[in-house]
Design a protein around this ligand. Structure first.
Ligand code: AKB
Length: 316
């Protein structure tokens, strides 16, 4: 059967890039991007879908004969704390809707994005292993733990092929993240290119796991395309890029912008970050489906600056 992909949350940081990469891979006619609002710049099939409405997901699945869903819609860690009950409701409800539709229409595969936010005080903060204790303190993290368990439940109970990775903070130039604790690591590059001082909401030495967008999207596709026998973890796989602090990123940026200035005004996001891992052990993903990141701090910095300079020169 032809692969027909539905991406829910296609306007977001990962969704935008994943849509383009999957269009190149499977053909534009086989990828349906969807989100709450139409992305006017989107080039391909786009459907407006509110994933809290199960009937709307069913409609699109039937209309296009969807075989796989990538469910990327969620309210992230920092934004989620503003309205905890709404965040829980949206994150969990949309995921359960996707799982139910996938079960009812016998879909081949489903992708679930989990996060390093699933970890809390009970997990070692360095080289956090895949099976560490999960006691998150944000509602976003709680919803992701819940989502991972539902993924495993649908796999065990109904044989649904649900696959998932725990994304670190994602650094990319194609679109802005929204409402996360790791968002500073994108914003900092924009300020550098615009020759502005960057005020960081985390302390200078707060190390967090980060990954470049190309690696994150490649991991997503690699786990989805891996032979089924290789997928041994049915909650979610840790994937690591590199561990970075604001000070380390700033100092790398100074290689290209020696006058770059950063100051620090930690806010509530510092309290979220201090509970998260500093670095991640992704040996299970490496072993089971051959995962390996390609980007280091220098290649991320060099690519971010080059691409953002291009973008700003085009729009200024
Ligand atoms: C966030 O900061 O909330 C996200 C994440 C790590 O899942 N980027």
């Amino acid at each position: 059967m032809n692969t027909m992909v539905l991406i829910i949350g296609a306007n977001g940081q990962v969704g935008k890039v994943l849509t383009r990469v999957l269009q190149d891979r499977y053909g534009k006619e086989n990828v349906i991007a969807s989100d709450l609002k139409k992305d006017e710049a989107s080039d391909g099939i786009f459907e407006v879908v509110d994933a809290t409405e199960i009937d709307r997901i069913k409609e699109v699945v039937i209309q296009y004969g969807v075989t796989e869903i990538y469910h990327l819609a969620a309210i992230l860690s920092a934004k989620g704390e503003e309205t905890p009950l709404r965040t829980w409701d949206i994150n969990v409800k949309t995921w359960l809707n996707v799982l139910e539709v996938a079960r009812m229409y016998n879909l081949e595969k489903v992708f679930y994005p989990s996060s390093i936010a699933v970890f809390g005080k009970g997990a070692p903060r360095d080289h956090t292993p895949n099976n560490a204790y999960l006691d998150p303190t944000t509602v976003y993290g709680m919803s992701k733990v819940d989502g991972e368990n539902w993924a495993q439940y649908y796999h065990v109970k109904y044989g649904l092929d649900v696959r998932s990775v725990r994304y670190p903070g994602i650094i990319g130039y194609q679109s802005l993240p929204g409402g996360g604790t790791t968002d500073y690591a994108v914003d900092i590059y924009h300020k550098a290119v615009l020759n502005k001082t960057f005020t960081c909401f985390l302390k200078e030495d707060t190390a967090l796991p980060m990954i470049f967008i190309d690696d994150a999207v490649r991991a997503t596709i690699e786990i989805m395309e891996a032979p089924i026998k290789n997928i041994k973890v049915r909650t979610s796989y840790n994937i690591a890029g590199i561990s970075l602090s604001p000070r380390e990123i700033a100092s790398e940026i100074r290689e290209l912008y020696p006058d770059f200035k950063i100051d620090y005004k930690p806010d509530f996001r510092q309290d979220i970050a201090k509970e998260w891992p500093r670095s991640i052990d992704d040996s299970e993903a490496r072993m089971d489906w051959d995962w390996k990141p390609k980007y280091n701090l220098w290649s991320i910095t060099e690519t971010m600056i080059r691409e953002l300079k291009d973008q700003y020169e085009m729009t200024l």
